[in-house]
Design a protein around this ligand. Sequence first.
Ligand SMILES: [Zn+2]
Length: 121
Amino acid sequence: MAAARRVAEEYARPDVHTVAAAARAGDGRIVTAVNVYHFTGGPCAELVVIGAAAGQGVYELTAMVAVSSRDMSVVPPCGRCRQVLIDYFPGIEVLVQPAGRLERLPIAELLPGAFSRSAPR
Ligand SMILES: [Zn+2]
């Protein structure tokens, strides 16, 4: 969370980058990024983190958190990001803060009954 907040404070331009995210890699590295707001549906910070990690050769993420660049509050992942996270990192844990209490939840708990490409149709 400290890494995400640092990125939000130091690099987020308020009109473009409204959320910062940080992920812990399997080897302990922290990868950070910001969202790219655009009316056509720019990528969320979580998705930019995944790309930034891959750009550093990091393909295993174990934890993720996103914070608002406006007030530094924890932002839960949107539905699209939950699906991407469960597809790419089924064991990842996500920091969320419902009712003000910080929790670290497995992604499967944030997307019960998730779509699976291997599920019968
Ligand atoms: Zn999202």
